[in-house]
Structures are given as C-alpha cells and as structure tokens.
Design a protein around this ligand. Structure first.
Ligand code: ATP
Ligand code: MG
Length: 395
C-alpha cells in the first residue's frame, strides 16, 4: 500500500532541497492509515507555484489559480499544492482568490474534516493537529473547528460529509450532523457540477445507502436537482447487492421512479454528460421492458449484449436476485447475426439482383432480410438470400 508514497518520495525530497517543506496530505494519508488502496497522492508545500515550477523540469498548470501545479515524475503526475488558508467568503462558496501561507498548520486548518486534515512526511511521520487519527479509530466524520463556520464558508462540505460516510461507512459526528441539518439550505448556492461530483462518489461508495440516509435525514435532497430517495427506497437499496454496478447503473437505479417524460430533464439538471444521459435512459427503458417480458432474441440483437447485461444486472439487483448471465449469453450466442454487417449480402448485390435503380427500397429490403434471418425464416447465406429477394420483388 505504501508503494505510491515511495514512488513520490523523490518529488518531496527535491522540494526539500530547494529549501521548502513538502508533505503528503489529505485523502491519501487518511486512506493509508485505514489500510485502504491509495490511488493518487497529494502533496502540500510551503513553496509557491512559481517556486515549484522553477524546481522541476516538467510541470503542468492544472489549477494554478488554486495553487496547484502538477509535477511529472517517472511517468506519473503529482499534484503539488501550496499551503493555503481560508480567505474571506462571499456567498457560501469557495473563495475565488486564495491566500498562500507558509505554515502547514494553517493549511491543515482549512481542510474540511479531521480525517482529511493530516499530513505525512517522507519518513511516514504523521502530523495530526485536529484529532484525525482518533476520529479514524472511532470511525467518525467531524469538521475541523466550528461546524457552523466551516459549512458557511463552503456549503459543499456538508455533502462531502455524506459522501465520506458512504465511502468509509463512518458515522457523522453528532454536532457536525446537527449543523448540517440546520444549514442544509446553504447547498442551494453551490454549483451543480460540484454537487454532482460528490454525488458520483457517494453513489459509488460501498455503503451508498448510508450516504443516502444522511442526505435524506439532513434534507439535502431539497436543495439538490431531482433526487427521488425515500426511507423505504433506501431500506431497499441497503438490501441490494450492487457492488458490481457502474455509476450509470446506480444513477439509473436512483432515477427509476421518475416519470419517463421527466427523466431526461432530471438527468440534465444534474449536468450529466449527453453520453451518460442517453446511456442511462436506454438502461431504464430496458429495465422497464424487462419488468414485463423476458429477453427475446430480437431485443438482445437490437440493444446489444452489453446493454442487455447491464439492464439485467439492474433488474437482478432490484429484485434481490443473483445476476445470471448464462441465459443472456445463450440468446446472444444463438443469434444468427450479431449486427447488420453480418448479413451475407451487400447493397450492391441487392441492386444487381433487381432491375430497379437505387432508392429507399434498399433500406426497407435490408431490414426485412434482417428480420427474416433473426426470426429463423431465412438462412444467412448468399444463395438463399438471393432466392428470397427475387420472391420479394415479385410481391
Ligand atoms: P478521494 O479519495 O475521493 O479523492 P479526498 O479526500 O482526496 O478523497 P478530494 O476531494 O480529492 O478528497 O480532496 C482532497 C483533500 O482536499 C481533502 O482530503 C481535504 O483535505 C481537502 N478538501 C477538498 N475539498 C475541500 C473543501 N471543499 N473544503 C475543505 N477542504 C477540502
Ligand atoms: Mg483526492
């Protein structure tokens, strides 16, 4: 688990050689102490972004306005962020200008939760000024400093709290939770994109039902785009086996009660991408179809194996059944063609077998051949298709 840190040590050492401080901070320290997989390590430093750029040959300005420079080292990118303090807030959102500081203590103080406010040195010594370790042991989420102040500075932190509850299966400390309930309305000031990013992580959390429970209890859902969760639904979610479901499937699952005609606009208001929206809509349609039918060769052919599997997984989850892929695979394997291109005929041949000139009839004929092949009335072989086409022209 320490590998990602060890790989990054030369980066921190180089910053030290320049005469500055550098530490691992935030989520990576938390996850390391929890023995969870550490994906990307974040580095905090007393050096300014300009000073970092002078120290390293290869850097990318990924968020220089927030004090973050990406340093490239051995093919990996490391986000190096200058120590910052909280500057004044206008409307409950992150400040637009940041205040660089030279002390680690100040930087840790502006972080959201105690478990996210620890630093680790190159020799794995932990700096824990706000009781983060103890809160990790007790498995609780607590703000650094006064909850009311911290949530008023940046209301997104409240939603982040629910997100960490879902990811870590932690409880939100009582006073922190009461303040969330009191200040939930401040979420209306937060950009939807930021809320969506937290919601994506919450939905992917291994205890997403717990995160949703907090959303409902703290009444965040009132200040979010459409989000039809209820006590009963969450209870149901917590019984489902959804470990293997993708983000799109989980969004689909949450949105199931929304009327077909309003689903598109609901997903849009969450600012999901066009591609995701189309995918989720299709998934919901297939799910709804499945609630009344069993899979037929034609629908498997039309929608493709992948989508049918995804919809079936959703259906299995909702009905608390084991997902059984062998039936779908069986249908897929027995399809005489997997797509239009597999037909043993092309447009040129269709024209040459008739005395008509090119026109829309070719498309019509193609779909009729496709259907006949799929339904088993026609073999997918050129000679048989030719015979069938001659008869078609006579009709
Ligand atoms: P993940 O593993 O999901 O990325 P993370 O803890 O790294 O979790 P990030 O959103 O990447 O979460 O943020 C990195 C760190 O920056 C946090 O651990 C926290 O210390 C700090 N942070 C991020 N967002 C805020 C915020 N809105 N207010 C205060 N501190 C924040
Ligand atoms: Mg992170």
């Amino acid at each position: 688990a320490a590998d990602s840190f060890i790989e990054a040590i030369p980066v921190l050492k180089k910053i030290h050689q320049g005469g500055y401080e550098a530490y691992f901070v935030g989520g990576c320290v938390r996850d390391h102490l929890l023995d969870r997989v550490v994906n990307d390590v974040d580095i905090a430093t007393s050096a300014t972004p300009q000073e970092i750029k002078l120290l390293f040959k290869k850097t990318v300005d990924v968020g220089i306005e927030h004090g973050t420079v990406m340093v490239l080292h051995h093919g990996k990118g490391y986000e190096v962020t200058t120590y910052r303090s909280e500057s004044t807030y206008t409307d409950f959102r992150r400040p637009d200008q940041v205040q660089f500081v030279r002390s680690l203590k100040e930087d840790l103080k502006r972080r959201d939760f105690t478990i996210n406010a620890m630093a680790m040195s190159v020799d794995f010594h932990i700096t824990d000024l706000y009781g983060g370790r103890q809160d990790l042991e007790r498995r609780i989420i607590r703000t650094v400093g006064d909850a009311k102040e911290r949530f008023s500075e940046d209301a997104l932190r409240m939603l982040r709290g629910a997100r960490f509850a879902a990811q870590l299966s932690f409880d939100i400390e009582e006073n922190t939770f009461c303040t969330m309930l009191e200040l939930s309305y401040l979420l209306q000031h937060i950009a939807v994109e930021r809320k969506r990013m937290e919601m994506d992580k919450l939905l992917m959390g291994r205890n997403w039902a717990k995160g949703l429970e907090y959303i409902l209890q703290a009444q965040f859902h009132i200040y979010l785009p459409p989000f039809p969760v209820t006590e009963d639904r969450i209870k149901h979610f917590s019984k489902m086996n959804i470990q293997h479901l993708t983000a799109e499937q989980r969004w689909g699952l949450v949105m199931l009660p929304i009327d077909r005609s309003e689903c598109e606009s609901a997903l849009k208001s969450w600012r999901l991408s066009r591609k995701q929206i189309n995918y989720i809509k299709k998934l919901i349609d297939l799910y709804n179809w499945r609630t009344e039918h069993s899979w037929s060769p034609f629908i498997v052919y039309e929608s493709g194996l992948d989508r049918i599997q995804q919809a079936e997984q959703l259906y299995a989850a909702v009905n608390e059944m084991d997902y059984n892929e062998s039936e779908i695979h069986g249908i897929w394997r027995s399809l005489p063609i997997k797509n239009m291109k597999d037909l043993d005929v092309n447009g040129r041949e269709l024209v040459s077998w008739s005395d008509r000139s090119e026109g829309p009839w070719i498309g019509t004929l193609f779909s009729e051949i496709e259907q006949a092949v799929l339904e088993g009335h026609l073999n997918n072989s050129k000679s048989e298709i030719k015979k069938w086409v001659k008869e078609w022209h006579q009709k």
